[in-house]
Design a protein around this ligand. Sequence first.
Ligand SMILES: [Zn+2]
Ligand SMILES: [Zn+2]
Length: 403
Amino acid sequence: MAGESDMAETTTLSCAQCGKPAHLQCPKCVELKLPREGAAFCTQDCFKASWVSHKSVHLKAKLSSFGPGTPGEQNSAAPDDDWLYCLKKGQTRTPKHPLFDWTGTLRPYPISKKRIIPAHIDQPDWAMDGIPKEEPNSDLQHVVEIKTTEQIERMRETCRIAREVLDAAARVIRVGVTTDEIDEVVHEATIAAGGYPSPLNYHFFPKSCCTSVNEIICHGIPDARKLEDGDIVNVDVTVYYKGVHGDLNETFFVGNVDEASRRLVQCTYECLEKAIAIVKPGVRFREIGEVINRHASMSGLSVVKSYCGHGIGELFHCAPNIPHYGRNKAVGVMKAGQTFTIEPMINAGVWRDRMWPDGWTAVTADGKRSAQFEHTLLVTGTGVEVLTARLPTSPKVFPWLNS
Ligand SMILES: [Zn+2]
Ligand SMILES: [Zn+2]
């Protein structure tokens, strides 16, 4: 039996900043398998204080092992001028790896430069300066709009485009593809259809879709990280076309995914299906959360509370607010002509979320995985029309739908 004191004796390192006994290792050095001497620190403060000089160790290691590659070539690539880490809701970018009490094994990677929108594309009012102007002050934040047949026809067209864009993204998902490459597909497919990718510059969001891997609940930012065998990744697409938005998302499997994750994703899909099944005029919005909570908790899974479904149309986000959890206080009943999303986020562990330093990425508090599915819906006279429904051409990526 090995003695504990012997272990401590041989592994004690001193802080690279102040020289005191050190118990923390630079995570980047661990990742790059660099010597532990010179990469140990006594506190986060010493780690931060030494960061500017210490980080050059990472870059040197990289250049000597790979040559000066671009990020995206390997999952440990160093940032360069075009690829920087996102901070503060996309308003700041930095070459420094952000420091955070990460909840799981996933880390942010550098993001690419802002993608270009051709001049002929009609843009929402946040496209230029990152600030939505009409949306926050609109009456439609309090009143649920009943759409006209003309508005509904435009919603159908836009939602159909959004579906085709998501399907294009689904077709490129495999081991080794970066989430930035998924974003490029979404961006190009949206523009090719004559639409604007609504997330781009919405409250300064830096990319054209959200890509949420493993423990990311939602609003993950596409970056230089390559998808790995066993990952799950949600792609959330919103298209702005003919003055209205269409919004949907799905969670995809990358390579061979473990049984627990496959169950999580299928259960989340079922939660959305069961919620859609109750939609018709006269049903209370708060019932949606009851249905989802019942199905998730039956499988030992939990429901995220911080992010909700939303009204949608000429505005990206408006009334009604649609919680997905049980015993919620949502007010109002459904009426024909309303359009809104249902987008349950279901966690393998605890329901609680945390926010990464980028101000967008919501992760599970315990680092366990999270899945999500979303549709844009229209309440009809007798029930519901799924405006973002799968098409006969949609890739067959969900085993429970095949047969
Ligand atoms: Zn969405
Ligand atoms: Zn949404």
